[in-house]
Write a protein of this length. Structure first.
Length: 241
């Protein structure tokens, strides 16, 4: 490998690590009869440390809490609510990531990397609406959340769904929204307005994963920013007969 090829390879490696830090997200999906937490970018279904799941919550149709346990397997996690859940939400703490002077990303805080170029602490959140007519519970555990303004399961594919994006419980403007994170993760559909609201076309008859990500300043010597990814998922089965 010549020097030019080595430089290109190093740049690609740095980009890969940076992409894993910011671009990857989580959502829930049924796998072999189990509710599993998926971690990936687009159609990827990557292995991850299930110990990074920092919380999981479930509720019934009326918004009442249901106990849910997180089954931590070797390379991913499953959710085990004690009864059928209408709404699920999950938080994943991806930890500190710091870009060293050689542009490599390290899974440590900035104070451990002399001459650091950048740093952040990164979190992943997801909200899944599983049953039509479900009342949403309080979502304060999700520091970035996409809140549907109507029942998403009642919206046909091809129709608009209004959502509101909240950061730390407050409406967030100018946040980019991806309408179909699984199939087109790099395709921005729209941005939120001054009230944090936007209208999204429901793309699929089946699983829909709407996504958003943002960063905010962070008062932490180990992280210059707090980076957050969030998804809203639901299965649209509405269709013309």
């Amino acid at each position: 490998m010549n020097k030019q090829h080595a430089k290109i390879a190093a740049a690609l490696l740095a980009a890969m690590f940076a992409g894993q830090v910011s671009a990857h997200g989580i959502w829930t999906a049924e796998r072999r009869g189990n509710i599993e937490v998926i971690y990936g970018d687009g159609a990827e279904d990557n292995a991850y440390d299930p110990k990074k799941i920092s919380g999981a919550w479930a509720s019934d149709l009326r918004g009442g809490r249901i106990p849910v346990t997180v089954e931590k397997l070797e390379d991913h996690a499953r959710l085990k609510p004690t009864e059928s859940a209408a709404v699920l939400s999950v938080a994943l703490d991806n930890g500190y990531w710091t870009q060293a002077p050689d542009k490599k990303w390290l899974n440590v805080g900035e104070t451990q990397v002399p001459g650091a170029l950048d740093s952040g602490r990164y979190y992943k959140y997801t909200l899944a609406v599983l049953e039509e007519g479900a009342k949403l519970p309080p979502l304060d555990k999700l520091k970035l959340v996409i809140v549907p303004q109507q029942d998403p399961l009642s919206v046909e594919a091809g129709k608009e769904l209004e959502v509101q994006v909240l950061v730390d419980g407050k409406p967030a403007s100018d946040v980019e929204l991806v309408a179909d994170f699984v199939n087109a993760p790099d395709e921005v559909a729209t941005k939120t307005d001054a009230q944090g609201k936007a209208k999204i076309i429901v793309r699929n008859r089946g699983l829909n994963v709407i996504a958003a990500s943002t960063t905010v300043p962070n008062d932490d010597p180990d992280a210059r920013v707090r980076g957050m990814f969030s998804s809203l998922s639901f299965v649209s089965e509405k269709h013309e007969h």
